[in-house]
Design a protein around this ligand. Structure first.
Ligand SMILES: C[S@@+](CC[C@H](N)C(=O)[O-])C[C@H]1O[C@@H](n2cnc3c(N)ncnc32)[C@H](O)[C@@H]1O
Length: 289
């Protein structure tokens, strides 16, 4: 499951992954994905509009935005079209797997960082569901700064954090990830870039990760993800949802992060093969210090 450096005891029993039976996989490959990918996009869009699909509307309004993510995470859709896309769609299942895997790994990193107050900086955090889950199950002195350029993500996120009793441990910073450093109130013991790199060009990933490295001590972790075509419906997402994701495998992602000064990577796969969540460490600069 993991691309390399497979850990013993993986997958951890704490992570409740969603999987597909071989039969469902075969059905998707042979019938459902080709239909989704090759039916005329105009028809499918009209159908989704008529069915009042909230998922489609969220993607049309803000492709790759936080609202469609929240709908996929939540899994409880009101409209029948959304129920199908969200519960049975490989991409939505993989997103929930990535969220569970991400929060599990971040919680583990927080706990292994010692008993002091750990500060996690989340870039492109959306409302922060992943870090809120991680904070809820790790060292109670840890806190997080969430950076996103969308203000309405934060209104939703604040409510979520308050409901989990974490309102005073989560700080929301409305900013582009390009200039996030100037808004921080202290160094970052860990940085996450989950669910954002697939919307950024190579140079933007490297410059953002370099800026992250500048506010991290040596050996501090960075958490990010790869994205493969294993979901089988990229053509559907592009034509119907207007969603243009950049697919990069674990090796490509590691290469970009190594250009920004990170190394010692460990890639953790989810069972649908769509995402790897990768943890890297900030390398000490030779002769630096
Ligand atoms: C797909 S959502 C992922 C949210 C969250 N990280 C997760 O995985 O659940 C991507 C988020 O990145 C934010 N985003 C994209 N580009 C950004 C940028 N250049 N600066 C700040 N936020 C950005 C979007 O507003 C959105 O909330």
């Amino acid at each position: 499951m993991s691309a390399e450096k497979t850990e013993t005891g993986w997958p951890p029993p704490e992570v409740d992954f969603e999987t597909l039976s071989p039969m469902r996989r075969a059905l998707k490959r042979a019938l459902i994905n080709p239909l989704a990918n090759y039916l005329p996009a105009g028809w499918v869009r009209a159908l989704l509009r008529a069915a009042k699909s909230e998922l489609a509307a969220a993607n049309w309004a803000d492709p790759g935005g936080w609202r469609s993510m929240v709908l996929s995470y939540d899994g409880r859709a009101r409209q029948i079209a959304d129920r199908i896309l969200i519960n049975a769609g490989t991409m939505a299942m993989a997103l929930r797997n990535r969220k569970r895997l991400g929060s599990f790994l971040i919680a583990r990193l927080i706990d292994s960082a010692g008993s002091g107050p750990v500060h996690v900086v989340c870039l492109g955090a959306g409302p922060g569901q992943i870090i809120i889950d991680a904070l809820a199950r790790s060292n109670p002195t840890a806190r997080a700064s969430l950076v996103d350029h969308s203000a309405d993500a934060f209104a939703f996120g604040r409510e979520l954090a308050d409901r989990s009793g974490l309102g005073d441990r989560v700080r929301y910073i409305q900013a582009d990830v390009r200039g996030f450093q100037e808004f921080l109130d202290g160094p970052a013991d860990a940085v996450t870039m989950l669910g954002i790199c697939e919307y950024l060009g190579d140079e933007h990933i490297v410059s953002t990760a370099r800026a992250a490295a500048d506010v991290m001590p040596d050996n501090a972790p960075i958490v990010f993800n790869s994205l493969s075509f294993a979901h089988g419906t990229d053509r559907f997402f592009r034509r119907v949802f207007g969603l243009h994701m950049i697919h990069r495998g674990p090796e490509q992602m590691k290469q970009l992060m190594s250009e920004a000064g990170f190394g010692e990577f460990r890639a953790h796969g989810e069972p649908l093969g769509v995402y790897h969540v990768i943890v890297g460490r900030k390398l000490a600069v030779a002769g630096g210090g």
